[in-house]
Design a protein around this ligand. Structure first.
Ligand code: TRP
Length: 451
């Protein structure tokens, strides 16, 4: 395959790739989604299934995605097309790139709306709206926010414009610069918050909720959600990590890099859980509050701690930054494709993609207010989009990537790029050929009530 660095540039070092991939992985998925779905799905047993999915399916698929990206050195769509040709594989495999692009649009459209909530909260917190907040008053402020379609639309617009502006500036100028500032800051603020939650009396209760395993709380759907979240949180299955892999320097070790990213991502999710659940229990709240969990519970805690206004404001700044570095990676694959294919400028491509995503996002905005009663199989527009992407499209994308690498590529070509020690490579190949596909298929079938 091509040795050139491509038209989009390269990360300047392995460390910057780790930062970028971690920036993509760590986001609303860790801080907003992981706690609320853990709360909805009963805690420890769900967390255990999620961790197993990360280890057995997520990490191997991530190695595969990064390797494919570095082989192709282009956008996921063109990388897959080039690899399919090069490997003499069936054309249908290039569908991986296309489905990923669609999933990316869908995810970015709702991601931007939720990130807008975080942006709105920076100003509500900073403006003292939550001073002296109780569970009730915090719930009212949240209800007021999501009940106001114009407000949500405005925040969605602001978040998306910032995202698109960064993507438009390209890998080295835009992405690298933004990420190398945002990520270290994020770690710092989270550590401060963990210190606070560890000093709370309910720390034990939160800890037990997260780590005590009770399998009777697991349903077929919980397992599907756990698998889907393993993909969502690692940014897998739609080409985001493939696109980032395309900008990875040649000499960098893919295995070590992926392990680092997966470790950091998991650590951040668990820390977020350890920050949030003690606060939930200390204030007699419900872990199963749903998408509003983060936004309804934390303000109460901040109201009750010294310096809470400052910490609360910082916290939502952190969430917004984490969301931004993830959103960038959702937009990058399609923008890179448009630049390669159509020869349009990055700025133009990013703008058009921003406009389409913005329109789609209106559906999510309305899901929480005017359209909240319109449901398909009990799910709002937002719920449907979230379920379809995270729990179906991403695992399906991951399944196809595993099968393509495991069954359709020449082993030696893949190994030449992946550069793993021989024993590890054998193990990885076995997992990609059998374990990961069987795991995804079993969980799908189980979710449908077939097994
Ligand atoms: N992983 C991010 C999070 O946890 C979201 C995300 C970014 C993503 N890029 C992705 C999810 C690509 C799926 C696919 O918030």
């Amino acid at each position: 395959m091509t040795e050139q660095t491509g038209i989009h540039g390269l990360w300047r070092s392995r460390w910057l790739f780790i930062l970028a991939a971690t920036g993509s992985a760590v986001g609303l998925g860790n801080i907003w989604k992981f706690p609320y779905i853990t709360g909805e799905n009963g805690g420890g047993a769900f967390v255990l299934v999620y961790l197993v999915c990360i280890a057995l399916i997520g990490i191997p698929v991530m190695i595969a995605e990064v390797t494919l990206g570095r082989m192709g050195r282009q956008s996921p769509i063109n990388t897959m097309q080039a690899l399919v040709k090069d490997q003499g594989a069936h054309k249908m495999w290039s569908g991986i790139g296309w489905m990923g692009a669609v999933a990316g649009f869908f995810i970015l459209s709702f991601y931007s709306v939720i990130a807008g909530w975080a942006l709105a909260y920076i100003f509500r917190m900073g403006g003292g709206v939550f001073d002296g907040a109780t569970a009730e008053s915090a719930g009212e402020v949240f209800g007021g926010l999501i009940g106001d379609p114009e407000g949500l639309l405005a925040w969605h617009t602001i978040f998306l414009v910032i995202t698109i502006a960064i993507v438009a500036r390209g890998v080295n100028k835009g992405l690298e610069k933004a990420i190398s500032v945002l990520m270290p800051l994020l770690f710092l603020i989270l550590v401060v918050l963990l210190g606070y939650s560890m000093s709370s009396e309910s720390f034990g209760a939160g800890f037990h909720f997260l780590f005590d395993v009770d399998f009777s709380k697991l349903t077929g759907e919980s397992i599907v959600v756990a698998l889907g979240h393993a993909f969502f949180t690692l940014s897998l299955g739609m080409g985001a990590i493939m696109a980032y892999g395309a900008y990875m320097p040649k000499g960098a070790s893919i295995g070590k890099t992926v392990l680092t990213v997966a470790f950091l991502d998991t650590l951040i999710a668990l820390v977020a859980g350890l920050v949030i659940f003690p606060i939930v229990f200390a204030n007699g709240m419900e872990p199963s509050a749903g998408p509003g969990l983060l936004f309804q519970t934390l303000p109460v805690a901040f109201a009750n701690m010294p310096g809470g206004t400052l910490f609360g404001t910082l916290f939502f700044v952190l969430v917004s930054f984490a969301a931004l570095s993830s959103a960038i990676s959702l937009g990058e694959p399609v923008v890179a494709w448009a630049v390669e294919k159509r020869g349009v400028s990055r700025a133009n491509a990013a703008t058009w993609i921003g406009i389409i995503t913005w329109v789609l996002g209106i559906g999510t905005v309305l899901s929480f207010n005017l359209w909240s009663e319109y449901k398909l199989f009990g799910k709002t527009f937002f719920d449907t989009l979230d379920f379809l992407t995270a729990n179906i499209m991403l695992p399906l994308g991951g399944l196809l990537i595993a099968l393509f690498v495991g069954w359709s590529m020449r082993e030696s070509d893949f190994q030449a790029e992946a550069g793993l020690p021989p024993m590890l490579f054998k193990a990885l190949r076995f997992v990609l050929m059998f374990i990961a596909p069987a795991g995804v298929l079993f969980i799908f079938a189980n979710g449908l009530g077939l097994v």
